[in-house]
Design a protein around this ligand. Structure first.
Ligand SMILES: Cc1cc2nc3c(=O)[nH]c(=O)nc-3n(C[C@H](O)[C@H](O)[C@H](O)COP(=O)(O)OP(=O)(O)OC[C@H]3O[C@@H](n4cnc5c(N)ncnc54)[C@H](O)[C@@H]3O)c2cc1C
Length: 339
């Protein structure tokens, strides 16, 4: 099925989110795609608790609060969000574009806004026997649907917040959760770790430190994993599923193959409307570059506002663009649900 829309935004970071607003007040409908399982880009993935002091009109707020407010601000526009999937390809279809994701979703649109930051966040891969064979079939880097782990014995590898949070969360539905780490210093929140230790006394969670994953065994289905303590023999652990949370790395990924002019891994744009060398493809936020570019959230907000005007002209070629202030436009008030 092809989803038709006025604009597709690649990247649900702060800049992609504010662009939903700028497109929304012009009456355009939008679909947003992100590789991550949550909205917020770098603000949520890298520094949710760090204060930001240079958002105009907001003396200080954390990365998390900024994203919460942006989500609130764009709520009236009912944008579609498609998480957990990477945009792999863009294909020209007459005057329109087809945007194709790793989940084989296809979007048809006259406007693509790339707000991809420094590229897509990709999980750091594990190197161990048969990991590739069981990828997405017993061995996972993301939880897409937690009900899959109901009544299972699950092994979680990692020491950060994702590993600790999912250990706690899955312990509510799984038969048993092993939390396995190659050292004994967990990097995630101390509060979550203390809760895990409390529950481990009941046997639903078992913490195994100084172990590493060596391999996965099974025929069609994962049957057990091999784990090893340094200098000790390999141990076999019978489990149903394994999850690895070893952090994320950022990669330009497929964006590099879309025929766009690049400079230092960023997309070259004009500063009139932030269009790239391809008509109908715009780039804003950290991913774009032009003389004087500042990699700041506020720059991305400005870039999104100007790109939105050109998107309007392309999506509504027979309508005249009329500049209006949000304070006084009854049309914008209606779109925002203000009475
Ligand atoms: C520690 C730290 C502190 C910072 N402090 C400040 C500050 O105080 N003030 C300030 O203004 N800026 C700050 N920044 C910079 C700011 O976070 C970035 O400028 C901002 O996040 C850029 O927003 P963005 O929406 O362009 O990209 P991002 O936030 O990087 O979001 C891009 C999103 O696009 C997704 N994506 C990329 N490619 C694809 C694809 N092919 N398919 C699907 N999804 C894709 C990624 O998964 C990601 O979620 C800081 C950055 C860091 C790391």
């Amino acid at each position: 099925m092809i989803v038709k829309t006025d604009a597709v935004i690649i990247g649900a970071g702060p800049v992609g989110l504010f662009s939903v607003f700028e497109l929304g007040i012009l009456g355009l409908n939008v679909q947003v795609i992100d590789n991550l399982d949550k909205i917020g880009g770098q603000c949520i993935e890298l520094y949710p608790d760090k204060p930001i002091y240079d958002i105009p009109g907001i003396p200080d707020c954390t990365g998390e609060i900024l994203i919460k407010n942006l989500i609130k601000q764009i709520k009236p526009f009912k944008a579609g969000f498609h998480l957990n999937q990477r945009v792999n390809a863009l294909k020209k279809n007459n005057k329109l574009w087809h945007v194709i994701t790793s989940e084989n979703k296809i979007f048809e649109t006259p406007n693509i806004i790339i707000a991809g930051g420094v590229g897509s966040f990709e999980p750091r891969k594990v190197e161990a026997k048969n990991v590739e064979k069981f990828h997405e079939n017993g061995f996972y880097y993301f939880v897409r649907d937690k009900s899959k782990f109901k009544d299972q014995v699950v092994a979680i590898f990692g020491s950060g917040d994702s590993a600790l949070d999912w250990t706690l969360e899955l312990s509510n539905i799984a038969k048993k959760v092993y939390l396995i780490h190659r050292r004994d210093d967990f990097k995630g929140a101390a509060y979550t770790l203390s809760k895990i230790k409390e529950i481990s006394k009941l046997g639903r969670i078992e913490i195994k430190t100084f172990y590493q994953l060596k391999g996965i065994n099974g025929d069609k289905k994962l049957e057990n994993i091999e784990i090893q303590k340094e200098g000790q023999p390999v141990e076999i652990l019978k489990i149903d599923s394994a999850l690895a949370f070893f952090g994320l790395k950022m990669e330009l990924g497929p964006i590099a193959n879309w025929g766009l002019n690049l400079e230092d891994k960023c997309i070259l744009v004009n500063t009139k409307n932030f269009q790239t060398n391809e008509e109908g493809i715009f780039a804003i936020g950290d991913i774009c570059t032009y003389p004087g570019k500042l990699k700041l959230i506020l720059s991305g907000f400005h870039e999104g506002a100007l790109a939105a005007r050109e998107c309007f002209a392309r999506a509504r070629p027979n309508e005249k663009f009329i500049f209006q202030y949000t304070t006084s436009s009854t049309q914008i008030h209606k779109r925002l649900g203000i009475k």
